[in-house]
Write a protein that binds this ligand. Structure first.
Ligand code: SF4
Length: 373
């Protein structure tokens, strides 16, 4: 039996079998204001946010994820429920911040880096994260790829031997049935030059019940398979989520986390450290800490770039390096990721470099390799 975190009172009487069934969770997702009003005290700002986003970017929350909500400032609730601030616009907002559409040689396939491609396999997600980079597409059934589109994408991949690594994304690929997901992974694995397949899924966070032994067994023949997941806050670190991560690791998946820095949600060092340590204990490597992309509707969630640099600066030297993610900015317009690090150089004096450590001490390093003339 899967361990349980707290449940909202509305679902206290649901049997453990139903609660642990990912299809039950998906069917019972809360997707409209009227239902939400029966479950939590919706604020005026949330009401305006939900109403204002109808027809542009929907909201949805599984009973499991919604059960983690606390008051209006709750870091889980703020990721899932639209806020009136989503209706604010800035001159820097973009629909397609990563320039994916201009880098799509065939529909639903993005080829932005020489050796990698991203395949958009579904528009569905268990929860629609308010900071989603692909808010222009996800949640919109019109963007669901057809069989013919899949065939065109496979054909492009077969014709492009430079691509070694395919990210299976969306939407959340684990929204698909086991059979359909395996069909896609098998088609990719049949292409000889594809070495690595990555499943980009937030289900360990929003619907950990989806990580079933049956799914893992069905995917086992197609390793090496990687999972990129997306925990943002320790409040998401429940017994169910821990079990999902450990099941993935036991089944041979290499699991990494890509968090997004979000203002007032996780933009402080203690939160990032606590999250990193929990992930490591559960065999998931903190991989990236992303600057929030300038997608329309996220201005209120974006931090200053320096915030992430300062967080890393406080972590480096105090926290195990394994728990420290790389800070990345995905350059708007399709420039790709750059990583940023805190500058520890205090002074450059000929061959003498003076660096500061994590605690403010300074130390010399003489940069004089023997063959340096
Ligand atoms: S799960 Fe991923 S694709 Fe889906 S809404 Fe969240 S960030 Fe976007």
């Amino acid at each position: 039996m899967m361990p349980r975190s707290v449940r909202h009172p509305a679902w206290c009487d649901v049997s453990d079998a139903d609660w642990s069934d990912w299809r039950w969770q998906l069917r019972r997702r809360v997707r409209d204001l009227a239902t939400l009003e029966t479950l939590i005290a919706v604020t005026d700002e949330e009401r305006r946010g939900i109403t204002g986003r109808v027809g542009t970017f929907p909201f949805a929350a599984t009973p499991y994820y919604l059960s983690l909500f606390e008051g209006p400032d709750c870091p889980v609730r703020r990721q899932a429920i639209p806020h009136a601030d989503e209706l604010l616009t800035t001159p820097w907002d973009l629909d397609d911040p990563l320039g994916e559409d201009p880098h799509s040689p065939v529909p639903n396939l993005v080829h932005r880096y020489p050796d990698r491609a991203l395949l958009y396999v579904t528009h569905n997600c268990a929860v629609y994260c308010r900071h989603c980079t692909r808010a222009r597409k996800v949640g919109d059934a019109r963007t669901a790829p057809s069989r013919a589109m899949f065939e065109a994408a496979y054909d492009y991949l077969r014709r492009t031997p430079a691509i070694k690594d395919v990210l299976v994304s969306g939407g959340d690929p684990l929204s698909l049935s086991d059979d359909r997901l395996v069909e896609i992974i098998a088609a990719l694995r049949a292409i000889p030059h594809i070495e690595i397949i990555r499943l980009c899924t937030r289900n360990p966070v929003t619907l950990p019940q989806r990580i079933t032994p049956a799914l893992l067994e069905a995917l086992r023949p197609y390793h090496p398979l990687f999972v990129s997941t997306h925990f943002n806050h320790p409040r998401e670190c429940t017994p169910e989520a821990a079990q999902a991560l450990n099941l993935l690791a036991d089944a041979g998946f290499s699991v990494g986390n890509q968090m997004v820095l979000l203002r007032g949600i996780n933009d402080d060092e203690p939160t990032v450290t606590e999250l990193g340590r929990w992930l490591l204990r559960n065999r998931c490597r903190p991989y990236y800490m992303f600057q929030c992309d300038p997608v329309g509707g996220t201005a209120h969630l974006r931090t200053a770039v320096q915030t992430g640099v300062d967080i890393l600066d406080r972590m480096r030297g105090r926290v195990s390096g394994l728990a420290i993610p790389q800070l990345a900015v995905d350059l708007p317009g399709g420039g790709g990721k750059i990583t940023l690090v805190p500058d520890r150089l205090v002074k450059l004096d000929g061959k003498r470099r003076v660096y500061r450590d994590a605690f403010g001490g300074t130390f010399d390093y003489v940069d004089a390799p023997l063959d340096d003339s």
